[in-house]
Design a protein around this ligand. Structure first.
Ligand SMILES: CC(C)(COP(=O)(O)OP(=O)(O)OC[C@H]1O[C@@H](n2cnc3c(N)ncnc32)[C@H](O)[C@@H]1OP(=O)(O)O)[C@@H](O)C(=O)NCCC(=O)NCCS
Length: 240
């Protein structure tokens, strides 16, 4: 089945349910969740612990084999925090684990399987105890974290910088550079004079954007009949 065979109203109902699930289960798990969140398959997204804020227009994508996990596990019940800015993209398999503080700026793009942590979680010579060596992580605006990269404790990443796929970032990264490798080092400087489109631009008019996508769905899916969709659900073929 290569096309979306759902009738328009089935997709609308699904999107309404998805939105209800986000508001009912995930919003209460945050201290703050901004307007216009798009949480895809939100039942595969877990948010746990205190002091978690996620800004406006967040896009978070859960997948059954790649859950998103955003969690604060502070030294005591109310400590530790995660603050995520506006327009952020969080892809499947991302883990953001804070013992003290992780701050993520606006328009940050986080690719699949990224791990961000502000602690080693265990002590070097006392493996049974929890590490007390926790240092905040700050990720600037419009940073792009590539597929399966890791950002370790104490790291600050400057605005607009890019972390290449699979890089391990253990030291601070200046703004407007590309870093790669393990440990990550600067491999390229970005041209700061070139205009850059960001997710903030993409979400400049979230209401208009939602209407546009709804119009596209209506146009593309209106030809799909309910009984044909049911038949394809139970007996799909490669011509569907
Ligand atoms: C970061 C990235 C976008 C940079 O692309 P680019 O500007 O075309 O970079 P280049 O290919 O010119 O690489 C510059 C140098 O870094 C090295 N490099 C690039 N990516 C690397 C990586 N992931 N690991 C190690 N080295 C890497 C290149 O070998 C090159 O080294 P050299 O100058 O010695 O030849 C790209 O390397 C990358 O990681 N892409 C994956 C993005 C991603 O995860 N997308 C998922 C969807 S959000």
């Amino acid at each position: 089945m290569r096309q979306d065979q759902r009738p328009y109203w089935v997709k609308k109902t699904y999107l309404s349910f998805r939105s209800w699930y986000t508001q009912h289960f995930l919003k209460p798990a945050c201290d703050f969740l901004g307007d216009y969140p798009t949480f895809m398959k939100p039942w595969y997204i877990s948010i746990s612990g205190p002091n978690i804020e996620i800004g406006h227009c967040a896009t978070v994508i859960g997948e059954p084999e790649n859950r998103v996990k955003i969690g604060v596990w502070g030294k005591d019940e109310h400590s530790g925090r995660i603050k995520i800015g506006d327009y952020v993209l969080i892809s499947p398999g991302t883990r953001i684990s804070a013992a003290s503080e992780i701050v993520i700026g606006d328009s940050v793009m986080i690719a699949n399987g990224v791990y961000i942590t502000d602690s080693d979680w265990h002590k070097m010579y006392d493996r049974a105890s929890r590490s007390t060596d926790v240092t905040p992580v700050h990720i600037g605006n419009n940073v792009w974290l590539g597929d399966r990269c890791t950002v370790l404790k104490g790291v600050s990443i400057g605005d607009n910088s890019v972390v290449a796929a699979c890089a391990v970032v253990s030291r601070d990264v200046p703004p407007n550079v590309v870093v790669a490798g393990n440990p990550a080092v600067v491999v390229k400087e970005l041209d700061v004079n070139r205009p850059m489109q960001t997710r903030a631009d993409y979400f400049a008019d979230p209401v208009g954007q939602a209407k546009f996508f709804d119009g596209v769905d209506r146009m593309v899916l209106q030809k799909n009949g309910f009984f044909r969709w049911l038949r394809i659900l139970f007996k799909p073929s490669n011509t569907d």
